[in-house]
Design a protein around this ligand. Structure first.
Ligand code: CAA
Length: 257
């Protein structure tokens, strides 16, 4: 399979997927999300693969959903295209998925990392939900998974006031499993994935499912509410202004309409 926006490799029993849009800081456009979902499902179906590592590059895991792709969309466009629905395919992967995160891990990129089963971060990783700067909110599970992972206080600051979180802070809050020097984080993630991939496959599968059930039960209602609000915000002038201002590299002027 040849891809244009991701790369894949196999390391022993680990499938490695790298998001490959470095010029756009690995922003998650439709092609990335489609190729990513397909690659995850292909590795998941391969009996020689026992775990998957998902990564970006040293500068960015992913700086969010592609703002330029959705800036002009109306709420009706967003509901009809239901862009976030593809993320449900990632939730259904059965083998453990480890995010190896360096640099910017923002918005949809942070939501993607939190949707994985574990996170290995480099010391340079920066986690954040900056959607408020664009006049919208997280739309791919951020308000739900972040709140469960770090608690209400920090989640409020991150979602309402663009407060970023460093790798060490993320480790203290239990959002990430390990922090490694930037030259080692990927190797570290692949090593952890290979250790897991060597273990009893069915027990791993049921263990992952059981822990995610503990973490994610009742999550579906919250995710659906969040997704509706995210789409609804595309009917506001503030969303148009916020995303246009990002493209024009200027501060947004908010009107509250
Ligand atoms: N979408 C589209 N393009 C993006 C992008 C994004 N999310 N993030 C960065 N880029 C592009 C920039 O436009 C720029 O492209 P050009 O060279 O063509 O101008 C290129 O990547 C490099 O970015 P910068 O020049 O801005 O790099 P920087 O080092 O000065 O700043 C940054 C880095 C702080 C991460 C900044 O790029 C930024 O703020 N990015 C946007 C982050 C964001 O708002 N993410 C949330 C998106 S909405 C979302 O994710 C919704 C959801 O929940 C699903």
């Amino acid at each position: 399979m040849t891809y244009s926006a991701i790369k894949t490799e196999v390391h022993d029993r680990v499938g490695l997927i790298q998001i490959n849009r470095p010029k756009a800081l690995n922003a998650l456009n439709t092609t990335v999300m489609q190729e990513l979902s397909t690659a995850l499902e292909d590795f998941d179906a391969d009996p020689d693969i026992g775990a998957i590592v998902l990564t970006g590059d040293e500068r960015a895991f992913a700086a969010g959903a592609d703002i330029k792709e959705m800036a002009g969309a109306s709420a009706v466009d967003m509901i009809k295209a239901d862009r976030i629905a593809i993320w449900d395919r990632i939730r259904n992967i059965k083998v453990p998925v480890i995010a190896a995160v360096s640099g910017w891990c923002l918005g949809g990129g942070h939501e993607l990392a939190m949707g994985c089963d574990m996170i290995v971060a480099s010391e340079t990783a920066i986690f954040g939900q900056p959607e408020i700067n664009l006049g919208v909110i997280p739309g791919a599970g951020g308000t739900q998974r972040l709140t469960r992972a770090v608690g209400k206080a920090l989640a409020m600051e991150m979602v309402l006031n663009n407060r970023n979180m460093s790798a060490d802070e993320a480790l203290r809050y239990g959002l990430v499993n390990r922090v490694a020097p930037v030259e080692l984080y990927l190797e570290n993630a692949i090593q952890l994935a290979n250790e897991i991939a060597e273990r009893a496959p069915l027990a791993i599968r049921f263990g992952k499912e059981a822990i995610n059930n503990a973490f994610e039960s009742f999550l579906a209602d919250g995710i659906a509410d969040e997704r509706r609000s995210f789409y609804f915000l595309f009917s506001t002038e503030d969303q148009k202004e916020g995303m246009q201002a990002f493209e024009e590299k200027r501060p947004a002027e908010w009107k509250g309409i």
